[in-house]
Structure formats: C-alpha cells, structure tokens
Ligand binder design. Structure first.
Ligand SMILES: NC(=O)c1ccc[n+]([C@@H]2O[C@H](COP(=O)([O-])OP(=O)(O)OC[C@H]3O[C@@H](n4cnc5c(N)ncnc54)[C@H](OP(=O)(O)O)[C@@H]3O)[C@@H](O)[C@H]2O)c1
Length: 269
C-alpha cells in the first residue's frame, strides 16, 4: 500500500505536523504513516493519549514505507539517512524541516527527479501558531509548492521565500521565540522587583504578549503606531521607554538576529 503522506521522525516537529494535519482533516489517519527510528519513541506515540490512539488508523513504523509524499522531521544529522531510505521506498516528493539542510543536499541525497522543498518552522508549531518560511527546489512544480504550503499551514502561517533568505529566517523567526521568552522572563523578574507576586506577574506578562500579538494581527497597524498610541506625553510609558533606549535594547535585538543569521550560515556550511 502507498501512503498519502509519510512523516519521517516522530519527535516534536513531526508529531506537531501529524496532529495539525489530522485534526484539520487534511487526510484520514489511515493515509498517514509516521516512521520513527527510536523504539522508545514509537511506544510513546502508540501509548494511550498519544496520536496513534487519538487518530485511529494512523500507522507508526520503524522504517520509511512507500508514499506519495514525505516530510522529513529528523535531526539535521539524520536527514541524509532519511533521504536515502525515502529513495529506496520510491518517494518522489520530499519536504524537509531539518535546520540547515539545503535544497542541494536534499536533491543530492534523494532519488533523481524527486521534488524537494524545505521549510523553517518555529517552536510555536507545537500549538499550531508557527511562523514558517518555505522554499522549493528547481524541480518542484506549482502543485508541489501548494502541497508543501498546505502541509505547513496545518501548524501555522507560511510565507514562500527564495532559499538565500533561509539563514536570515532562521536567525529571525526560527530563533525568535527564544528572544521573546527572554523578554517575558525579564519582565516577570521586573514585576517581582516592583512588588508583584511571581504568579501574578507571570499571568500579566504572558497575557500582555498574547494581547500584543493579537493587536498586531487584528488591527493591521504598524508596531510603531501601536507603541505611540500607548505613549502619552510625559507619561509612565515614555519614562519606561527612555530606559530601554538608554540601554540600546533595539540594537541588542538587531545584533542578536545578525549573530543568529551568521551562525545559521556557518552551520549550513
Ligand atoms: N522543534 C522546533 O522548534 C524546530 C524548529 C525548526 C526546525 N526544526 C527541525 O525539525 C527537525 C526535528 O526537530 P524536533 O524538534 O522535532 O527534534 P526531535 O524531537 O529530536 O525529533 C527528531 C526525531 O526523529 C527521529 N529520527 C532520527 N533519525 C530517524 C530516521 N532515520 N528515521 C526515522 N526517525 C528518525 C528521532 O529519533 P531519535 O531520538 O532516536 O534520534 C526523533 O524522534 C530538526 O531537523 C530541526 O532542525 C525544529
């Protein structure tokens, strides 16, 4: 039997994709197969409460099986072995989310005439809210690109970019959640400093971040306009922002993204 989709790697990202695709009805569970090399992880996926039980018919196997298309969600160092196994199974359309693995790598490791695509999601895929950039190899058709966008949309938003932007994407939205968590951590500590209980500070800061994300998405306003709208002349926010500017917080973010982009290009070789 040929599966509609084979997901190679049932770790965090592979499972998030399977959850997203099956809960949105993209395919019935019987047409999706997860290939996971680790027996222990296979047991977890098959355990009560795991995806195999929640989506009856979803198969969990140890080795890639024949499929129309595959997603590679293994660690970057395992991507070559995964491509080779897919080539043996005759899979002709492959989308990889392995960080730093290039389209040329994928094309070289897969069977000839395989459509290869590459995506960079972020950890918010685990809650269906990833910011994902996607690029396609020269052999991928418009239909292949639509398919890959559809797959990645099951875990969030997708933009198509040229591959030369992928290191920048990695430095910006791939690493971005870590920068945001640092901001959240710092603000919670600040709340504690000014006298709030930690749980209260945590709730307030988490909801502030969620609320800002919604304001950006729902109003369509530029962040500078939203910031100005809460900065009254001579007010409290202006006094706070003065301290952020004095400590070059914007510059710190610029340098963080530039360093992460540089590191991504070193790792991609
Ligand atoms: N998590 C993120 O936020 C994120 C964001 C962007 C990109 N990515 C990319 O997504 C990929 C997966 O990341 P992850 O966070 O999901 O890691 P993970 O939880 O460690 O998942 C990787 C899984 O693939 C399995 N695996 C390894 N080789 C295999 C093979 N040949 N056949 C079948 N299964 C195999 C691993 O099993 P073992 O443990 O036995 O090796 C593991 O369960 C990585 O390449 C990463 O760069 C992740």
């Amino acid at each position: 039997m040929t599966a509609k989709l084979l997901v190679v790697g049932g770790g965090k990202m592979g499972s998030a994709l399977v959850e997203g695709l099956l809960s949105s009805g993209w395919a019935p569970p019987s047409e999706v197969v997860v290939a996971e090399a680790s027996p222990q992880r296979r047991d977890e996926l098959a355990a009560p409460g795991g995806p195999a039980q929640r989506f009856g018919g979803l198969a969990i196997v140890g080795e890639p099986v024949p499929a129309e298309s595959a997603v590679i969600a293994v660690k970057p160092g395992d991507a070559q072995a995964a491509c080779r196994a897919l080539a043996s199974a005759g899979v002709k359309r492959v989308l990889s989310v392995a960080a730093g693995v290039t389209l040329a790598d994928l094309a070289g490791w897969c069977q000839e005439a395989t459509a290869v695509l590459r995506a960079m999601p972020n950890t918010a895929a685990l809650v269906g809210a990833s910011a994902t950039a996607l690029c396609a190899g020269p052999g991928a058709s418009a239909e292949d690109i639509d398919w890959a966008k559809d797959v990645m949309r099951s875990v969030g938003k997708v933009v198509e970019v040229p591959e030369r932007w992928m290191n920048a994407v990695t430095g910006l939205s791939g690493s971005g959640p870590a920068y945001m968590f640092v901001v959240v951590e710092a603000m919670i500590e600040a709340g504690v400093l000014v006298g709030l209980p930690r749980e209260v500070a945590t709730d307030l800061v988490s909801q502030t971040l969620a609320g800002c994300a919604q304001l950006l998405a729902k109003t369509g306003e530029a962040p500078a306009a939203l910031r100005a709208s809460v900065t009254s002349p001579g007010g409290t926010t202006a006094a706070g922002l003065r301290q952020l500017e004095a400590r070059a917080v914007r510059s710190a973010f610029v340098e963080a993204v530039a360093a992460a982009t540089q590191r991504a290009s070193e790792l991609a070789g």
